[in-house]
Design a protein around this ligand. Structure first.
Ligand code: IMP
Length: 184
């Protein structure tokens, strides 16, 4: 789905699909440089990271494995609840693996710090973080991001996996949702 398909719901374009592709390619080159000679395990956080994972995985010129985790986050609201709960756990063991957490966006950083703490006990050889987007609040808390696509302003955005009440995930770019759409 393109911006013109949802024109009246989007206030401004944050990233076009071409810019996103460039950002993902840049992240892929950095990951390749750091992971020669072993097969990293990419862990996507459902559902938002599906698009980033799909494009990043295909852009990488090294073998990888993938697993998925689902945690509860915002529900249908646009504000972080701070509550993290495992909805679907991993199927592959992290023991001895070089793990890369793949995120769509790091906002408050709550989800990420919780995940990093949770993974600490699972004996991974290393854990790093790749995120397509980062909001300013993430810099206030201690969330280490190893691979970053773009810093974006503190607006509620949708597209490229990011939703509002499960809609707009299939928008090919990222845009600011008009507050009127969510009653703001
Ligand atoms: P955090 O825990 O505050 O860093 O945010 C974690 C999750 O909140 C992300 O993985 C997204 O699912 C969701 N989220 C944060 N900001 C936005 C946004 O602007 N639009 C849509 N979802 C968002």
């Amino acid at each position: 789905m393109e911006f013109e398909d949802v024109n009246s719901d989007i206030e401004s374009v944050v990233l076009t699909k071409e810019q996103i592709a460039e950002g993902i390619a840049r992240i892929a080159r950095e990951i390749e440089n750091n992971h020669t000679g072993h097969t990293p395990l990419l862990i996507g956080v459902l559902k938002g990271a599906v698009m980033v994972m799909a494009d990043l995985a295909r852009e990488l010129h090294i073998p990888i494995e993938m697993d998925w985790m689902a945690v509860s986050s915002y529900g249908a609201s646009t504000k972080s609840s701070g509550v993290v709960r495992i909805v679907k756990d991993l199927e592959i063991s992290l023991e001895g693996r070089h793990v890369i957490i793949v995120e769509d966006i790091v906002d408050s950083g709550l989800t990420l710090s919780w995940l990093l703490e949770n993974f600490e006990s699972r004996q991974a050889a290393s854990v790093s973080v790749a995120t397509l987007l980062r909001k300013p609040d993430a810099m206030k808390v201690d969330v280490p991001i190893d691979y970053l696509g773009f810093d974006i302003p503190n607006d509620f955005v949708v597209g490229f996996g990011l939703d509002y009440a499960e809609s707009y995930r299939n928008l090919s770019g990222v845009g600011v949702l008009k507050p009127a759409v969510y009653g703001g």
